[in-house]
Write a protein that binds this ligand. Structure first.
Ligand code: SAH
Ligand code: SF4
Ligand code: F3S
Length: 453
């Protein structure tokens, strides 16, 4: 009987992608993945540190495993990912029932660590990071219509509130031919859409270009990557997350607006609408520069939609400054936004130099106001879509209501429709939008040809 494992993933899409690649690697080593915790011989928690709540959630969950471990002493428990990187050895001291810890650059060593634990050779902790340590894993679950591809790791931006550069290390970009090869392999196994991942994806290739002395503000290796991926047969759509305004130069704007496979929906983190707060956050752009980039994309792609990340209640944020963020939301009209209350992270520049002085109830209220603003806009935007055409990549039964099928439009809107034998998963089809709610659009197959949105 093979040893079974399960991976529980917290945090962002990069963690989701790492978990997928790790699962493939463990399977190559003879382990078998199961989805029920009770059936697993090895339980791995891939963790996030971005906000305090994210860490507390995992610690609570692993804490609960103490009883299970008493009942099943052979069970192997491991913590990997960002919290593992940040806390290292101290996790083994804090959680005596934990068997191993592996940092973000140690994925390729996890099978060996698990073997050591199964052989009861101690409680290993591997958190080494840095140049030459990490090898990108390219394993994917077969048959993914939409596949995530990690094109770079780490972040050099060091926003003052953010723990990610400490958990994921310095920016390292994969060579274009490696990524193209992975995309080809995916296309051959049925992938139609790529979601390219990087914490600061518009800085793709920048640290390597700087090291070669070739970096200029007009340079965009990311544009070159998109151009190379445009040529991969079988790939129909390309999305990416997250760009940073600082590197969204003209070359980038021209590439994303001229390449037919790049979808006109962009996740552009704003964080704040106040220039003073943006400066304190070390974001390296002003609200006007942000709007200028959105405008440049809208001029070339009038159908484009935008989503964002916002932090409310960052150190010393006044009511007036919060209103500037609110105003930016009204100006851009986001179709989706992740709104966070500032959470102080030990070791960051903000934690060292700026007091976390906005009271919790104020953070809550500001959060609520922006959520209401978002809901208002999305409702109106979805209602306005009724009567238009949308090109949809058919995915299959809707997870919420399997009697309906679903897929996403080019602008990343969920479209629901009645199952139809002609619309198999992976089909690109045009739909006429006949009804809309805040969460989804409802469509009927359109027999006419685009213009599509
Ligand atoms: N690399 C991406 C996102 C990284 S983390 C980017 O630069 O946009 C995802 C989001 O979490 C961030 O965009 C930010 O809005 C939020 N975030 C990061 N650190 C935070 C903190 N200390 N408190 C609250 N939200 C935070
Ligand atoms: Fe964090 Fe800023 Fe890097 Fe995004 S760009 S991961 S917010 S430091
Ligand atoms: Fe969290 Fe790490 Fe992602 S801190 S947001 S899982 S990079």
């Amino acid at each position: 009987m093979p040893t079974t494992f399960t991976i529980k993933t917290y945090g962002c899409q990069m963690n989701e992608r790492d978990s997928e690649a790790l699962a493939c690697l463990l399977e190559m080593h003879g382990f078998q993945e199961v989805h029920q915790e009770a059936e697993a011989d090895v339980m791995i928690f891939n963790t996030c540190s971005v906000r305090d709540q994210a860490e507390r959630k995992v610690l609570g969950k692993v804490g609960l495993m103490k009883r299970l471990k008493r009942e099943r002493p052979d069970l192997v428990l491991g913590i990997i990912g960002c919290m593992a990187q940040r806390r290292g050895e101290s996790l083994l001291q804090e959680l005596p029932h934990l068997d191993f810890v592996a940092g973000t650059d140690q994925l390729q060593n996890v099978p060996r660590l698990v073997e050591e634990c199964l052989a009861r050779k101690g409680r290993p902790c591997a958190v080494e990071m840095g140049p030459g340590v990490f090898r990108e894993l390219d394993g994917h679950r077969p048959g993914r219509l939409i596949a995530e591809v990690s094109v770079m790791r780490g972040c050099d931006q060091f926003c003052t509130y953010c723990i990610v550069p400490f958990c994921r290390g310095r920016e390292k970009s994969r060579p274009i031919p490696d990524i193209v090869e992975e995309a080809r392999m995916l296309a051959e196994t049925g992938t139609k859409e790529l979601l390219l991942l990087g914490q600061n994806i518009t800085a793709y290739g920048v640290s390597e270009a700087r090291a070669r002395g070739e970096y200029t503000p007009e340079y965009s290796a990311f544009a070159e990557l998109l151009e190379a991926l445009q040529e991969v047969p079988g790939i129909q759509r390309i999305r990416f997350t997250s760009p940073h305004v600082r590197f969204m130069n003209r070359r980038f704007v021209e590439a994303v607006s001229s390449l037919s496979k790049v979808c006109p929906s962009f996740h552009v983190p704003l964080q704040s609408g106040s220039d003073r707060i943006l400066k304190l956050m070390h974001r390296n752009y002003t609200a006007a520069e942000y709007l200028d980039r959105i405008q440049a994309l809208r001029e070339r792609l009038p159908q484009a939609t935008f989503s964002t990340d916002i932090i409310v209640g960052f150190c010393s944020e006044t009511e007036e400054e919060f209103e500037m963020t609110h105003e930016m939301m009204r100006k851009v009209g986001y179709d989706m936004a992740y709104i966070f209350r500032y959470s102080q992270r030990e070791g960051t520049q903000a934690a060292k130099t700026l007091p976390d002085d906005v009271p919790d109830d104020v953070k809550h209220r500001r959060n609520q106001i922006l959520l209401e603003e978002l809901a208002r806009h999305v409702k109106a935007a979805n209602a306005a879509a009724v009567g238009t055409l949308a090109q949809v990549l058919v995915e299959g039964p809707s997870p919420r209501n399997p009697r309906r099928w679903c897929g996403r439009s080019l602008t990343n809107k969920m479209v629901l429709f009645s199952p139809d034998p002609a619309l198999t998963p992976g089909t690109l089809a045009d739909f006429r939008i006949v009804h809309a709610t805040e969460n989804a659009l409802y469509g009927e197959p359109a027999r006419t040809t685009p213009p599509c949105a």
